[in-house]
Write a protein that binds this ligand. Structure first.
Ligand code: URA
Length: 433
């Protein structure tokens, strides 16, 4: 921007990265700040994002880029709380309702869980959309309300305030429309800027791998996890990542109220084994990172203590934990085409089907249907007979069934009896060092 008082020229910054150079701290600080206040144009930032996607950034550059995004907004401070804090972030998947049982479960052990969550976009669901199916529940809290609830109940799931990392909001919207979402330095800095600005003392990352996840490939997921763990650690947040499977949906439901119902089953000591396994594994990591050891979180699911916190957490945000959840007006069943063992059930296909049934949105201002989604009757490993129900589709608008069925074409693979589905749920653990 020659002729202005700006200390750098955006074109020079773009050329540096285009030619595989390192961006200096001063260049990074300037470009993030200038973009946020509108002094770097959208097309310039999109060229820089593409240069970063193609040529990467080293650890120091990613760390500085993240710090500059944090500096674009406010930082929250939980240091006045009487409890340690631990948060969890999932990179997103199909049927991923783990936050709902996890936050109250961890709070049982005296650790505060400040869970700033988002809404769904595309085939992955959003935690706030799920909780909004509980009558009366509200997502927007002031910082003061959030702190009071953390001290009193120990767990909050709410919407992130607009003051947190505003640079990320602008950058993410730009990346979405310029083919630059999939750059590991940009994903890692986007997620971690919000988590570090939120002020949690420890953080457990659930990095999903497989068809229903951002990262389809294990090596890429590992690199993303390692980059985020390094960023958290450099910022003084105790950070650990689990790599977990997202080739098939988590649990038996995908869709807002359907997933709340399943989460309540888990809090009542039941629910699908994979949801329980991941909830307990993440709780153990969060408790360990917050310094709580020698406890078995599975016990608080079985004996009702996690359910007690859930009820108080929902009620504190205006929700009625005893109210009936919305149910879709119409259902349609998908039947097994043959006898055999289900060896694959594609997460992406189920996520797209749930989205097309009305559980998700195409644009961020669209409404969602609380009752819409998919209920699975058979997961990989199950023995089925031809003509038995494989899944039930739920929607208020039956004209959506045909497009949902199209998404599910080829999603279920049934092999002869004796075949085995592949892969464990917990794939790897990545810690600092
Ligand atoms: N989630 C985020 O918050 N940012 C990304 O870049 C990707 C997923």
């Amino acid at each position: 921007m020659s002729g202005t008082t700006e200390p750098f020229d955006a074109v020079d910054v773009i050329r540096t990265k285009r030619d595989r150079g390192r961006l200096s701290d001063a260049q990074i600080d300037w470009v993030i700040d200038a973009y946020t206040r509108g002094a770097v144009a959208e097309e310039q930032m999109s060229a820089l994002n593409m240069a970063i996607l193609l040529n990467g950034m080293d650890r120091a550059e990613i760390s500085r880029w993240t710090a500059a995004m944090i500096a674009s907004g406010e930082r929250m401070d939980f240091s006045g709380l009487s409890r340690p804090t631990a948060d969890k972030h999932s990179t997103g998947g199909v049927g991923d309702k783990i936050t709902l049982p996890l936050a109250p479960l961890v709070a049982v052990y005296g650790v505060a869980v400040p869970q700033l969550s988002g809404r769904g976009l595309g085939h992955t669901g959003g935690t706030l959309d799920k909780l909004e199916s509980v009558p009366g529940w509200r997502a927007a809290l002031t910082n003061e309300e959030m702190l009071a609830q953390l001290e009193d109940v120990g767990a909050v799931i709410c919407q992130a305030g607009s003051g947190l990392a505003p640079a990320d909001r602008k950058l993410y919207a730009l990346r979405d429309v310029t083919g630059t979402v999939e750059a590991i330095p940009l994903i890692a800095s986007s997620i971690m800027s919000k988590k570090i600005a939120e002020g949690t003392g420890s953080l457990v990352l659930d990095v999903k791998v497989g068809s229903g996840a951002f990262m389809k490939d294990l090596e890429q997921a590992r690199e993303l996890a390692r980059t985020m763990v390094d960023l958290g650690t450099d910022a003084g947040v105790r950070t650990v990542a689990l790599l977990t499977d997202m080739s098939t949906p988590l649990g038996l439901t995908a869709g807002n109220a359907l997933e709340v119902r399943e989460s309540v089953e888990v809090l009542a000591g039941g629910g699908p084994a994979d949801v329980v396994e991941l909830t307990v594994a993440l709780a153990r990591e969060m408790l360990g990172a917050a310094g709580v050891t020698g406890v078995d979180p599975a016990e608080a699911l079985a004996d009702g203590r996690a359910m007690d916190v859930w009820r108080r957490m929902i009620a504190a945000q205006g929700g009625d934990p005893d109210a009936a959840l919305p149910v879709a007006a119409e259902t349609e069943t998908v039947l097994a085409p043959a006898d055999g063992v289900v060896v694959a059930l594609d997460a992406l296909a189920v996520g797209v089907a749930a989205w097309r049934l009305g559980a998700g949105r195409a644009r961020k201002e669209d409404p969602v249907q609380a009752g819409a989604g998919v209920v699975l009757h058979a997961k990989p490993g199950a023995l089925v007979r031809a003509g038995e129900p494989l899944m039930t589709l739920h929607t208020d608008t039956p004209e959506r069934f045909a497009r949902a069925q199209e998404a599910l074409d080829g999603a279920v693979v049934i092999a002869p009896d004796g075949s085995r589905p592949a892969g464990p749920l917990l794939i790897d653990r990545i810690a600092a060092g």
